[in-house]
Design a protein around this ligand. Structure first.
Ligand SMILES: [Zn+2]
Length: 253
C-alpha cells in the first residue's frame, strides 16, 4: 500500500515535471522563432501574430498514398493548405499536382531533389528550381510567375542563399512549427502542434517519411484546433497578411 502510494506520488511528480518541461519548450520554441525572424528578415518564418491566420504546409511530396489522403482530410475540414514539393517526384506523379491545384491548394517548391541547396552549384540550383516551377505550373495550369515560394530541404539556408533566391525571383520560406512526427507517437506530435499553434503560425508536416500517417495527424490537429478561431491560409496569403499588418520584413532584393 505504501509502495503503491509512493509510486502514485512519483507518477504525479513525473507528470507535473513533464508538463513543466513541455510548457517551457513550447515557449522557448516560439521565442526562438521570433529571434530568427529578427536575424533573418529575408525569410518567411511565420505570419501576422495579430491576425487569426495559420498556414498548414506539407513537405517532400507528392506521395502516392499520403497526398490523396491529405487532400481528403483538408476537404473534410474545409481547409486550404500548401504543398511544398520536389520536382523529381512531381515528374512521377503529375496527376497529384492537378488534383491539389483543382482543390485550391498552394503549390510551392522544395527543390528538384531532396538535397541541401548549400551543396549545389548556384547555376545548377537555379536551373533545377526553374525546372520544378515549370513542372508545377504545367500540371496545375497556373502562371509560373505566381509560383515563387521555396522551402530549402532540411531548412538549410544562409543569408547569401536567401539573397540569391530573392534575386532569382523566389521567396524563401522556413516555418515556425515542425514536429518530428516520423519519429514520435502520433499523440506527442499532435499535442506539440496544438499547444504551439498561435496566430501567424506556419506549420510544416511531412509526406513520404513514414511513422503515423500524416493525414491522420492532420485530421487530429485540425479537429483539436477547431473552435480556436484560426483561419487557414496559404503561405502566400500568410506573407501578404504579414505585409499588410506593417510587420513586413524590410529588405531589398
Ligand atoms: Zn524535406
Amino acid at each position: 500500500m505504501r509502495l503503491k502510494r509512493s509510486l502514485s506520488h512519483l507518477a504525479f511528480m513525473m507528470k507535473a515535471l513533464l508538463q513543466l518541461v513541455e510548457a517551457y519548450t513550447i515557449t522557448s520554441l516560439n521565442d526562438a522563432v521570433r529571434e530568427l525572424e529578427r536575424q533573418f528578415p529575408e525569410v518567411l518564418w511565420s505570419g501576422n501574430r495579430h491576425s487569426n491566420q495559420v498556414a498548414l504546409t506539407f513537405d517532400d511530396g507528392p506521395h502516392e498514398r499520403d497526398t490523396p489522403a491529405l487532400l481528403a482530410v483538408l476537404a473534410k475540414h474545409g481547409v486550404t493548405g500548401t504543398f511544398s514539393w520536389l520536382g523529381e517526384r512531381v515528374e512521377q506523379m503529375p496527376e497529384l499536382v492537378s488534383a491539389a491545384a483543382a482543390a485550391g491548394h498552394q503549390l510551392m517548391l522544395h527543390g528538384y531533389r531532396h538535397r541541401s541547396f548549400l551543396v549545389e552549384q548556384p547555376e545548377t540550383l537555379h536551373a533545377m528550381l526553374d525546372r520544378t516551377r515549370e513542372l508545377l505550373a504545367r500540371h496545375s495550369g497556373r502562371d509560373p510567375l505566381t509560383i515563387t515560394s521555396v522551402r530549402p530541404p532540411f531548412g538549410h539556408l544562409t543569408r547569401a542563399l536567401a539573397r540569391r533566391l530573392l534575386a532569382w525571383g523566389y521567396q524563401p520560406v522556413i516555418c515556425s512549427i515542425m514536429p518530428v512526427h516520423w519519429l514520435l507517437p502520433a499523440e506527442l506530435s499532435v499535442r506539440q502542434v496544438v499547444r504551439q499553434t498561435e496566430s501567424g503560425s506556419l506549420i510544416v508536416l511531412h509526406e513520404t517519411l513514414g511513422g503515423p500517417p500524416v493525414a491522420h495527424l492532420t485530421d487530429q490537429i485540425l479537429t483539436r484546433l477547431a473552435g480556436r478561431g484560426f483561419s487557414y491560409v496559404t503561405v502566400d496569403a500568410l506573407r501578404a497578411g504579414r505585409a499588410t499588418a506593417g510587420g513586413a520584413p524590410s529588405y531589398t532584393r
